[in-house]
Write a new protein. Sequence first.
Lengths: 250, 378
Amino acid sequence: MPSGETKKMKMTNKLNLSLGLLLTMLVMPVLADDDNEIFLQQSGDTLTLTIDQVGYGNKFGGTIANGSIATDMILTGTSVTFNLDQIGNSNQLFGPAIFDSATVNMVFTGDSNIFDWNIGDTGDADNTNINIAVTGDGNEWDYDQGYAASANYLDFDLTLIGDSNEFFIDIDSDQAKWEMEITGDSNNIDTKQLDASDHDLKVVHTGDSINMDIIQQSGSCGNKTCPGKIDLQLSSDNATVTINQKDTSD
Amino acid sequence: MQQLQLTKKILLISAMLLSYPAFSADTIGDIVEQTGIGNIIREGNKIPSSNLPSINLYDEAQTGNGRMLIEFLDAEELALTEHTLVFIDEVYYDPDPNLSKMTMRMAMGTARFASGKLGKMNKANIAISTPTANIAINGTDFTSTVDELGRSLIILLPDANGDASGSITVWNESGTEVILEEAYSATMVSTMESSPTAPVVINNITPNLINNMFIVSPPADVQQVIDESATKSDDGGILDVDFLEFDGLDADALKDSEGDLEFTELDIDLLDVDFLQDLLDIVEELDRKVGISKTGGGGTNTYGIEGTAIGFDKDTQYNTIVDTGSGLVTFYRKVNGTISIKLPIDAMARINTQTDEKESIIEMGGDAAINIFIRQTN
């Protein structure tokens, strides 16, 4: 009877093998007519998942229907390390993730990509360290941290280089350190730090025609007891920034 | 056989002679005068300055209740008054003066540095620093006074003719450079990030007083007078001069340049905000819009910031910091929540801040290309 650890290792090995096969397909896009797809449903602790996805129209999710991702990938576990490099245009990444003490490093290079990710969809997602670098134009991002569950002590760094990107980022996490550095024109950034204490947001933006909406909401704790902090550095010839720092929603 | 042994002896002696400079290669100067208590700290060990040890690279020269005069190989002189500490970081003499180099840090107290006269070192290669300032010199004699907070007062001294002994450039991480070119001109630096003050000439210091301050060992006849008058008090003798109560600091060197003092992040008083602003005042001043300009030493410098004062403004509750070094203006407000906005000095921006109590509008640079709306509500 194999031990739990051995089981876990076997499971991890199987996953790596499957991913290896998939990746082998992915790096040969000229041989395949269809877009490359990764469907992930993974549950387990101490996972280290490294994926390089190169090509056009790649998809990373749960299931696909009519050429688009229909359901999200599922990634559940603690002490997860997730490294993803996606290079190419019109790629998609959809998924919920539920993990405590996770480190996520993502590099996206390309245009017109779509990213929709919920971390803490149905369970805790504490102590996550998210580092995302995006280079490209016309990307659409929808990122939710602490979507439906506790997600404290987030450390989130986003570096965006490109034009005409749309980013919607909601963070519902106590003591979250949220930093973004944006270089480019005509980007639209909406971010919310919702009902939690010790919000800390830093934005460094260089570029023209940015439209940025920031909501920092301390919830029942109140602004006086749990004041948030916003540090905004702008270098722009044309920018509109709206900051709403308040106790509760309107 | 005897000839062979003689040859061996000659070779041995030659080797010893040749190796001698290697042992003394680190010697870069000497203590030529000293009084009272002082030490050279070398590799953690204290060597009393009364032993007149040679000065080596990486030595620390430290005085307690005493003074010390060090002369380097190029005849540069470093005089330390009481309770002074200087780190000798790098001194290198090359046959080519352009390749020679000297780096020192004045860490505490009052020290006087006079550049060398023997031409072994290009003056441009001498770099001296304090905890808050860097100093580049050009054929110069100057003093630096550093207090326990690291604040530095740097004074250019005259030459034998009473003219400026050269020039010194003082700068730090603020990006601002100040050049002292007149005798007794001085600049004060508070922190590494704040700009050195504009040069001011200290008028109430005489050359004799300056010289006396840095006399380490008076001539014998003078010493005798000092000894005789030691039992008297307040007779104007040299021992009555309290060098730590440097007269130069009694004169408010910054008096004429207060307008130039920078408002930095360290000046922000987080307790000075008004959490309960008077609503009647708010109604009265709702349309308030005040033009602010800042007068600098060299004329009027207008940053074009309107609607709030540079420094802390009790109405808007913003701390406004203009940092010419980084080229940024920071608007910092911490009442219920913290907002910190950094914009280039030449930005054209409008910041509309609405709170439960009032609304304020800050504008800079004319027509607003950057619009920032802040709503802070409970």
